[in-house]
Write a new protein. Structure first.
Length: 128
């Protein structure tokens, strides 16, 4: 199973910050490493993706673009195992905003992600 590396997370967020925040970039490296390790410790792919998305969005290890980074890292992880998130951009934004504002819990996000995942494999059968 290919998890998201610290370096990959940093590169993705750096690119987003170049586009959104004109290159300003601060990373709480210890927190990011803790979040990535937590995601890797999960027993199934849905929990791994949810952890990437939820914790990056809620805990803000980056200067900016945390909602985008959380979503994209979860999506990248799922693509690595043959799954994708399929939903309208506005719906995805509202979910990200809801997570950030504390209106959507970890468990609720997990159910939302599961409902929007498509791919060749059944998510229940995917173990990491």
């Amino acid at each position: 199973m290919e998890y998201i590396s610290f370096e990959s997370a940093m590169r993705l967020n750096k690119k987003l910050n170049e586009l959104v925040h004109k290159g300003q970039n601060f990373v709480h490296k210890k927190l990011l490493k803790e979040i990535l390790a937590d995601a890797e410790s999960k027993e199934d792919a849905l929990d791994t993706a949810t952890t990437y998305y939820y914790r990056i969005n809620r805990e803000h290890p980056f200067y900016g673009a945390n909602k985008r980074s959380g979503f994209l890292l979860a999506d990248l992880f799922l693509q690595n195992i043959g799954m994708v998130l399929d939903w309208p951009a506005e719906d995805a934004y509202q979910v990200a905003k809801g997570v950030r504002e504390g209106r959507i819990s970890y468990e609720e996000l997990k159910h939302i992600l599961k409902a929007h995942m498509i791919g060749k494999k059944s998510i229940e059968k995917i173990k990491v």
